[in-house]
Design a protein around this ligand. Sequence first.
Ligand code: TRP
Length: 328
Amino acid sequence: MGKKTMLSGMRPTGALHLGNYFGALENWVKLQDEYDCYYFIADWHALTTGYEDTSELKSNINSMVIDWLSAGLDPEKCTIFLQSSVKEHAELHLLFSMMTPLSWLYRCPTYKDQLAQLKDRNITTYGFLGYPCLQAADILMYKAAAVPVGEDQVPHVELTREMARRFNYIFGEVFPEPQAKLTKAKVLPGTDGRKMSKSYNNTIALSDDPDTVRKKVMSMVTDPARIRKDDPGHPEVCTVFSFHKVFNEEGVADTEAQCRAGSIGCVQCKKELCSKMALKLTPIYEKRLELSAKPEYIREVVEKGNARARATAEKTMSEVRKAMKIDW
Ligand code: TRP
C-alpha cells in the first residue's frame, strides 16, 4: 500500500542471457521490494517484428517466465503477467491509435533503426509503426510512475508521456506521466568482446549448464599481446577482465595487478573467473531445473498475475471510456 507503481516488459524472443540479466533483470529483482511492480511478457510486441514465424512463441514465453523466477522475481511480491492475456491492452492501444499523430511514430528512432537493420523481414506494417502506441497502452494502463528500462527504450517512454498529455488535454486528467528509470547497467560484453547479443552468437544464457559456461569462458579471447604466461597483460582490452569486474568485485583489483605484473596466466585467471561465476549462476541454474519440471506451477504464476493485472486494467479502462464518453 502506498508504494509507487513500476512497470516493465520484455519481448519473448528466446533464452535470456547474462547481458539481459545484468542489464535489466537483476535490477527488477531489487525493485520488487520497494515498488508495486508489474512485469509482463510483451508477446504482442514480439509479433511486430516476428509475425510470420510464431512456432517458438509459446516455448519462449514459458522459458522467459522460468528465467525470471530463477533469477529471483517473486510472484508474491510482484505481478507477472502475459500481455495477450489482458485484452484491455488491445483496447487502449486502439483508442490511442486514434489520437497519435503519424509524425510521432515516424520520427521514433527505434522505428528508423529497426527498419534499417531488419532488412530481411517485411516490417513496413501498420502494427510495427504503432509499436510505441501499444507500449504507451502497456505503461499507462497501470498508471506506472516509473518504467525501468535501458537507454534504447527512452524514446518510447517519452512518447508515452506525450500520449498521456494529449489524452489528458483532450479528455481530462486520467493518466499520470511516467518517468523512465534508467538502469545503471553493469557492462558485460559477449564472449568475443563485442556487445552480448543473440545475433552475434556470443552469449552466455541463463539456461546454459555449468559445463557449457566453463567452456565458453575458457575459449574467450584475452589480451592478444600476451604470448607467454609471464608477459605483462593489459586488462583493459581483455574480455575475461570485463567479466571479473562483474563477477569478482572483491578480487578484481588483485586480478588486475597480477595480470599487469605477468604473475598470473590467462588460463589460471579464467579458472578463477569460472569459480566466481559458478557462485552466482549455479543457484540460478538449479532453480531453473527445478522450475522446468513444474509447468503447472509456471502456468499458475502467470494466471494469478493475469488476474491481478486484469483487475487494474478494467478499472483504468472504465475511467478511459467514461472520459471519452464511449461508455454507452
Ligand atoms: N519495447 C520493450 C523492449 O523491447 C518491451 C516493452 C513493451 C516494454 N512494452 C513495454 C518495456 C512497457 C517497458 C514498458 O524491451
